[in-house]
Design a protein around this ligand. Structure first.
Ligand SMILES: NC(=O)c1ccc[n+]([C@@H]2O[C@H](COP(=O)([O-])OP(=O)(O)OC[C@H]3O[C@@H](n4cnc5c(N)ncnc54)[C@H](O)[C@@H]3O)[C@@H](O)[C@H]2O)c1
Length: 363
């Protein structure tokens, strides 16, 4: 019998708590260390999960002997420093999304994983949703023929995770809704489309509502999401829209907003058109099951079919796959380069918006 993997989790917020619960229910992991700056929640979580080492700073967590793996669930500017330090100490790393502040940082993480010969993975839990997995199965069965056009979105009316928190500072977050929630959309869309390379992007970003005082919402901010005083800082976008050209000739449109004059709530989804059919998935307010429809044609008549979907396993599936990758042993295959490619696409979007032109990737 192999001993369970000894894991450490950095971060006590929503993300950290998903990782803790998933490791706790996994038969092949033992949570031995936890780090986070808030004393009371740290002690409470350490007691709940019987964690031996509970410390404030991530540096102290990495000093714990014999850690096999570390989950990085902290504000984005800390992903690369913690991941690289953990890899150097010989731990496998699962980072929360977005992978890093930008493409060059993500590339440094990939290089560190290769050098250390350890797994580097990034938590994209939305592609693990039951409705996304069902849609992927339908596409793989050929129900849509060849998908060539997709429009995907994650839109909030008033969902800025508090103006003045780390989320609204480019140097701490890397950007606004595009890199925060749009990166989930980018990940599940490319997954559904069969992972074509993005060859060019043309983007617009706006900050008109946030800078006019509209859209801040404390219920979206985490433990470290407090505003920073009387004149809170905001130097990211509140809305982004991107047109992407794909290597297989397809097109993907992505929209992401934290603030927009639209119907209330939080909605994400995707519409896909293929040569033999189409599909649409709409998820309202994080419902565990979205509304999935498939469209076709029967002798000239439009056919719309509602497809039943299961609830997904989200972070539990992410952690299971991370453990499977570690146990598989062929660690060089899992160096985070897929997620780093998404970081490069996001960088290209911000460049395109800043310079108001199409930006080509991998020219
Ligand atoms: N996958 C998802 O759906 C999802 C959802 C929410 C957040 N996230 C991501 O997870 C990350 C964290 O988000 P959150 O909402 O949980 O944040 P949060 O603000 O609620 O929690 C952040 C945690 O990081 C800890 N931290 C900060 N500096 C630290 C340090 N120096 N040493 C140790 N701990 C430190 C804080 O103490 C806090 O416990 C972000 O990158 C975010 O994008 C992902």
């Amino acid at each position: 019998m192999t001993a369970p993997l000894r894991v450490g989790v950095v971060g006590l917020g929503w993300a950290g708590q998903q990782h803790l619960a998933a490791y706790d229910s996994h038969p092949d992991t033992e949570i031995v260390a936890l780090a986070g700056l808030e004393d009371a929640p740290r002690e409470k979580l350490a007691t709940k999960y019987a964690i031996e080492h509970a410390v404030a700073g991530w540096n102290d967590l990495l000093k714990v002997e014999g850690l096999d793996a570390v989950s990085v669930c902290v504000p984005t500017f800390l992903h690369a420093p913690i991941a690289i330090a953990a890899l150097k100490r010989g731990a496998h790393v699962l980072s929360e999304k977005p992978m890093a502040l930008n493409g060059p940082e993500a590339a440094r993480m990939v290089r560190a994983a290769r050098k250390a010969d350890r797994v580097l993975d990034v938590a994209f839990n939305h592609r693990q949703r039951g409705d996304i997995q069902k849609l992927k199965a339908l596409i793989d069965e050929g129900r849509l023929g060849r998908p060539y056009y997709a429009k995907a979105w994650w839109l909030r009316r008033t969902g800025i995770p508090t103006v003045g928190s780390w989320f609204t500072r480019a140097e701490l977050a890397g950007g606004g809704p595009l890199v925060d929630i749009g990166v989930h959309v980018l990940d599940y869309s490319l997954f559904l489309l069969g992972n074509p390379e993005v060859v060019a992007v043309s983007a617009s970003t706006y900050d008109l509502l946030a800078t006019a005082g509209f859209g801040s919402n404390a219920s979206y901010s985490g433990k470290t999401g407090a505003a920073d005083g009387d004149a809170p800082h905001f130097d990211v976008e509140d809305l982004a829209s991107v047109f992407m050209r794909l290597a297989d000739g397809g097109t993907l449109l992505v929209e992401a907003s934290w603030a927009a004059h639209r119907r209330d709530g939080d909605e994400f989804g995707i519409t896909l058109y293929g040569t033999d059919g189409g599909a649409e998935l709409i998820v309202d307010d994080y419902a565990p099951k979205g509304d999935l429809q498939v469209f076709g044609d029967d002798g000239g008549q439009a056919v719309a079919t509602r497809v039943p979907v299961k609830r997904g396993r989200a972070h539990k599936a992410v952690i299971e796959q991370f453990v499977d990758k570690i146990r598989a042993g062929d660690w060089r295959r899992y160096d985070g380069s897929g997620a780093a490619a998404l970081a490069r696409v996001v960088d290209a979007c911000y460049l395109s918006a800043a310079e108001q032109r199409e930006v080509r990737l991998n020219p």
